[in-house]
Design a protein around this ligand. Structure first.
Ligand SMILES: Cc1cc2nc3c(=O)[nH]c(=O)nc-3n(C[C@H](O)[C@H](O)[C@H](O)COP(=O)(O)OP(=O)(O)OC[C@H]3O[C@@H](n4cnc5c(N)ncnc54)[C@H](O)[C@@H]3O)c2cc1C
Length: 324
């Protein structure tokens, strides 16, 4: 059956790759997301008058399949080679270049949304096939329309209830795991003296997974740092208030910097499903021709950003093949 309409639930990288590929093939694509904007775990946030990337610090290392694909979006992507060090502040000689979206992470998914109808601030709660196609409903049980095909591109715990109509897919989603992450975004009045020549700290630390100077990325200004807590720490302190977490992370940052820091503005975010622990299946994406429902995301196959992208691309190809 020719595909006339497609609904994508989730405007992260996986969903937007499907959306853009199908829109380019002439399909009428509608993208629903419960958030105000696009990006999902590639989202950006306001901090004071600036913006910062709250999710993955860069999209992907340059020399990967996804890196090569991203270079075709050169108007919103740029290369970045951060000065890296461990938490003892020993510089790394292992130079790595990654791709970042400019002027902020969410610019990429925004660009991918061109040609699609984007419906933000809409939590989809029901995905159900009937005689007119696949029907969607929002959190108030209001109908959102019927579509020829529907793609669920959300983290596994949010995908599970949306995959009720295909029990095999729901089971896959239930088998995947997730790890949380607290993230502290802070704008300082000045760059700390000890961190003058460092953009990216990672390694062994009881609290931090990574500390990144967001302002060092191409197209950014100011003095903004993004601090990501380790999964274990985030898990242990998942029920603390953002204020308490911010104070803990600030104190640990001051120890690293070796001086008290003056905060201009800050924001704390709790990612409940930051990192997927994939379900272990060997399918890159899930597609059920009987119902017209598919699923993709980092919880299938390898996980991570590139896993999401590959999953989305794989599903887009299956959908295109199903329409001819
Ligand atoms: C702090 C942090 C650091 C990371 N670091 C790395 C890294 O270094 N390397 C790496 O490879 N990966 C990293 N990741 C993971 C990477 O960001 C994700 O794997 C990837 O972005 C997932 O993309 P996705 O499209 O599958 O899902 P998401 O980006 O999560 O997109 C899903 C979207 O679905 C929406 N949604 C969910 N439920 C509904 C619903 N019912 N109705 C409507 N909309 C809904 C959400 O709002 C969201 O926008 C990191 C993630 C975080 C948070």
């Amino acid at each position: 059956m020719k595909i006339n309409s497609l609904a994508v639930i989730g405007a992260g990288i996986a969903g937007m790759v499907v959306a853009r590929t199908l829109a380019d093939a002439g399909v009428d694509v509608t993208v629903f997301d419960k958030s105000r904007g696009t990006g999902g775990r590639l989202a950006s946030t306001r901090v004071g008058t600036l913006t910062a990337d709250m999710g993955a610090p860069w999209i992907v290392p340059e020399k990967t399949e996804m890196g090569r694909w991203l270079k075709s979006f050169s108007e919103v992507t740029d290369c970045w080679t951060p000065a890296r060090a461990d938490f003892a502040l020993a510089g790394s000689t292992d130079e790595q270049t990654g791709l970042v979206a400019t002027p902020r992470s969410s610019a990429l998914t925004r660009q991918l949304a061109a040609g699609c109808r984007l419906v933000p601030e809409t939590l989809v709660t029901v995905v159900w096939p009937d005689q007119e196609g696949v029907m969607l409903r929002d959190s108030g049980s209001e109908p959102l329309g019927h579509f020829d095909r529907v793609v669920v591109a959300t983290p596994a715990p949010q995908a599970s209830p949306l995959l009720d109509a295909v029990p095999r897919f729901r089971q896959r989603a239930d088998e995947a795991g997730t790890e949380p992450a607290w993230v502290y975004v802070v704008e300082l009045d000045n760059r700390p003296e000890r961190l003058q020549s460092m953009d990216w700290l990672e390694g062994d630390h009881p609290l931090f997974r990574r500390v990144v100077r967001d302002s060092s990325k191409p197209g950014r200004t100011g003095e903004v740092w993004v601090l990501e807590a380790r999964s274990e720490w985030s898990h242990e302190y998942i029920h603390l208030t953002p204020e308490t977490v911010g104070a803990e992370m600030q104190a640990a940052f001051e120890v690293l910097a070796g001086e008290p820091l003056t905060v201009v503005s800050s924001r704390v975010h709790r990612w409940l499903y930051a990192h997927a622990v994939p379900c272990g299946c060997d399918e890159l994406s899930l597609w059920d021709p009987g119902t017209g429902i598919g699923a993709c995301g980092d919880w299938l196959h390898t996980g991570g950003m590139e896993g999401s992208w590959q999953s989305g691309l794989d599903l887009a190809r299956k959908l295109l093949a199903s329409g001819h």
